[in-house]
Design a protein around this ligand. Structure first.
Ligand code: FES
Ligand SMILES: [Fe+2]
Length: 353
């Protein structure tokens, strides 16, 4: 199940060098991306309409792209504009062109009806390209369905288990936290206090130094995670009566992450780690990223193993618990949006099934 009328992260801006032809697969569709001379990103179906050769093996000619099998040339719109040894270009000589927008260091593609591609629907990543923040980036490929990764990010109690010695910091503070979930138009807002959470070791604080951490994130379709955390001296959560803090924190960080399905069985995950320069040094930023990368390898090991169990026993049913509230709401939202974009006959059939 894929949502089509939605923006998907195709990669970091730095993945798309000025002279490169980059092949990607998103929602099972082969796509070639390149930059025009003005820097704008073009995304075309990576399959020549002549004999189906990949255009990513082609040649850039100005803003156009020539297939290097038999020489058809395509404009950024996807229209064929030249056929060697042939005057007339049939109207069917065209490849699909995907709306592309570069925003917050990510290249976003709209995978549905181009007429509905509204850039205002692109979630804003936190503190990307902000000179007051350190920012490091990464990506991770998964042999798993994207919904299992969404599930993981929608229930952060797993930090105390999967990430016991990394993000969990050998504490049950994440596992015992109670999130408040609010429905947004195309996602959820999830907020909580993580009380008496150990401070990270790389701050050089005495062992056992604790903080009360406010962790708030928006989780937007199709799988965009935007988390900001603020740390305070212990006691702040109680002082705030467990609502959002207004006082200035003594440590702030953020991360933005995007889950992009390659196919039903493979996913690519792009993530940032950002720290405010007001409190952190560049070395803190490197150390935080090292912990995050170790933690994400822990997630991948667990989720890929979970995927293998599901593949071996597809009839097995999952048990719903109270802590699954956010992930169940998000899965419902995705189903509703996917159903809403089906043609009327398909929607009626889907409802009947
Ligand atoms: S396959 Fe592209 S020109 Fe023939
Ligand atoms: Fe995790």
């Amino acid at each position: 199940m894929f949502l089509r009328n939605c923006w998907y992260v195709a990669g970091w801006s730095h993945h798309f060098a000025a002279d490169a032809l980059v092949a990607r697969t998103i929602l099972g569709e082969p796509i070639v991306l390149y930059r025009k001379r003005d820097g704008g990103v073009v995304a075309l179906e990576d399959r020549c309409c002549h004999r189906l050769a990949p255009l990513s093996r082609g040649r850039r000619e100005g803003d156009d792209l020539r297939c290097m099998y038999h020489g058809l040339k395509f404009a950024p719109s996807g229209k064929c504009i030249e056929i060697p040894q042939q005057e007339i270009i049939p109207s069917t000589a065209v490849v699909r062109s995907y709306p592309a927008v570069e925003q917050d260091c990510w290249v976003w593609l709209w995978m549905g009806d181009p007429a509905l591609a509204d850039p205002a629907l692109i979630p804003r990543a936190l503190n990307h390209n902000d000179r007051d923040w350190f920012m490091l980036t990464g990506e991770l490929a998964y042999d798993a369905n994207y919904e299992l990764i969404n599930d993981n990010l929608l229930d952060l109690t797993h930090l105390s288990y999967v990430h016991q010695s990394t993000l969990g910091r050998n504490s049950m503070s994440w596992g015992e936290s109670r999130p408040k979930t609010t429905r947004l138009a195309r996602g959820l807002r999830i907020e909580r206090w993580v009380v008496n959470h150990p401070r990270p070791y790389y701050l050089g604080v005495p062992p056992g130094s604790l903080s009360d951490m406010w962790a708030a994130y928006d989780y937007m379709v199709p799988g965009v995670f935007l988390l900001a955390t603020k740390s305070y001296a212990p006691g702040m959560a109680a002082d705030c009566n467990l609502s959002a803090p207004t006082a200035e924190a003594d440590w702030v960080s953020s991360t933005s992450q995007a889950v992009t399905p390659i196919t039903e069985h493979k996913t690519i995950y792009h993530y940032s780690s950002c720290l405010s320069r007001k409190f952190a040094t560049e070395e803190h930023s490197r150390q935080q990223m090292a912990v995050i990368e170790k933690a994400f390898a822990e997630d991948r090991a667990m989720i890929e193993a979970q995927q293998q169990v599901i593949a071996r026993t597809p009839q097995a049913r999952m048990l719903r618990l109270a802590s699954d509230g956010a992930l169940n709401q998000f899965r419902r939202l995705m189903v509703d949006l996917v159903e809403a974009e089906q043609p009327p006959s398909a929607a009626a059939q889907a409802a009947a099934e």
